[in-house]
Ligand binder design. Structure first.
Ligand code: NAD
Length: 366
């Protein structure tokens, strides 16, 4: 009889922390409910500054590993987004594994809400991809730890217009840094992705007199918006070598990658999409070397989190917009700090956010 050799290499590795995108995450909660078919993961990255607030994404992930990796990455991003924005919030996020179009129902939402409730406010949820204001209203039936509920129910509603306003502020700050003036009139700007955020951004910048080009995979949307606003349309994926002043990624993440970075012919990048840099260190450095001013995504797209944060203390749209306007000052500050310390703007923003967390912790413990 031959003995079977068992590969025990995996036993030498730590099975959890140190795998995938784990980065000092505080707590991961796996939510499983046979009756509703709910499979969700809540990731709490950091709660030094306050409760971990971040949206829930419903997505048909390729595998559970992909879902776990995504929620780890997204929740870490929320920690830094809230910290750099000056909010007293930690970073968290949740993912529900499934197709939002075919598998979402109120029972599933309520069951998910019960899991959120079981964390007693350490995690507060909101909308993300695949979720809508109505879903937040359903979750609210079983837990108070949810934001982004309907305006008629005392909530802040759809955060996208406020997100777009923040992106607009960040874009103007990047223009001020790069061109010496925040005025966007005459600037050639490509907006990639004209969904909820992209459309409002197009409205702001066309009103200011920018020469706007729009791109989307949804051609009917392009047709509709090109009629509504004064814009040109570019179809297809062949957009990265367009001669531009500003490129605004407002569709997907990782559009700044090994391939596109060599084609990019722009002076500024400022958009809403999360995780625009495929590799935040490598591609951040390459952009700096090319002389492209990159406004960190997690800083300039923080309008949405500012908006839902307002709900925790009694919502006022004016107050949210006022706070969001400050993204202009913070973005300029980041560019100056990155030059002074010879850092990429992305690293500079991460440093500043981490410093705020560390100082808060020191003060609290002293
Ligand atoms: P959305 O789904 O409403 O719009 C995205 C648009 O991008 C759609 O019109 C879609 O057709 C288009 N698109 C998808 N793939 C594309 C491709 N390959 N090329 C060109 N267009 C493509 O989403 P949204 O709410 O407008 O958010 C846009 C981005 O901003 C997302 O990355 C989101 O994560 C990020 N973001 C949004 C908010 C918010 O408040 N909505 C807050 C922070 C960050």
């Amino acid at each position: 009889m031959t003995s079977k050799i068992i590969d025990t290499d995996f036993l030498k590795k730590d099975p959890v922390f140190g795998q995938l995108s784990f980065d000092s995450h505080e707590q991961i909660v796996f939510c499983n409910d046979k009756d509703t078919g709910l499979k969700a993961i809540i990731s709490i990255h950091n709660t030094v500054l306050g409760p971990a607030l971040g949206g829930t994404r419903m997505w048909s992930y390729q595998s559970e590993w992909h879902a776990l990796n995504d929620v780890l990455r997204l929740s870490r991003g929320m920690t830094y987004k809230s910290a750099i924005t000056g909010l007293n919030l930690g970073g968290g996020k949740a993912v529900i594994i499934g197709d939002a179009k075919t598998q979402k129902n109120d029972k599933l939402m309520r069951r998910f809400g019960e899991f959120v409730n079981s964390l007693s406010g350490k995690y507060i949820t909101a909308e993300d991809v695949g979720m809508e204001t109505r879903d937040m209203d359903v979750i609210r039936e079983v837990t108070p730890f949810v934001t982004g509920i309907s305006e008629h129910k005392g909530g802040s509603g759809n955060p996208s217009p406020v997100t777009a306003y923040g992106v607009y502020m960040g874009m103007k700050a990047a223009a001020k840094y790069k061109f010496g003036s925040e005025n966007l009139a005459g600037k050639k700007i490509l907006v990639q992705g004209v969904g909820h955020v992209g459309e409002t951004l197009v409205k702001y910048i066309t009103e200011e007199g920018a020469q706007v080009i729009i791109n989307d995979i949804n051609e009917s949307r392009l047709e509709e918006l090109s009629k509504k606003y004064n814009t040109n349309v570019v179809l297809g994926n062949d957009i990265y070598n367009l001669d531009l002043d500003i490129y605004a990624p407002c569709a997907l993440g990782a559009t700044i990658n090994d391939k596109s970075i060599h084609q990019l012919n722009t002076k500024v990048i400022a958009g809403a999409a999360n995780n625009q840099l495929a590799d935040e260190v490598k591609h951040g450095k390459m952009l700096k070397e090319k002389g492209i001013a990159y406004a960190p995504d997690f800083l300039i797209n923080a309008g949405g989190i500012i908006n839902v944060y307002g709900e925790l203390k009694g919502y006022s749209k004016e107050e949210s917009l006022k706070k969001t306007e400050n993204i202009y000052n913070t973005t300029l500050e980041i560019f100056k700090y990155s030059d002074k310390e010879n850092l990429t703007p992305h690293s500079a923003a991460l440093n500043m956010a981490q410093n705020r967390i560390d100082n808060y912790k020191k003060e609290r413990n002293s």
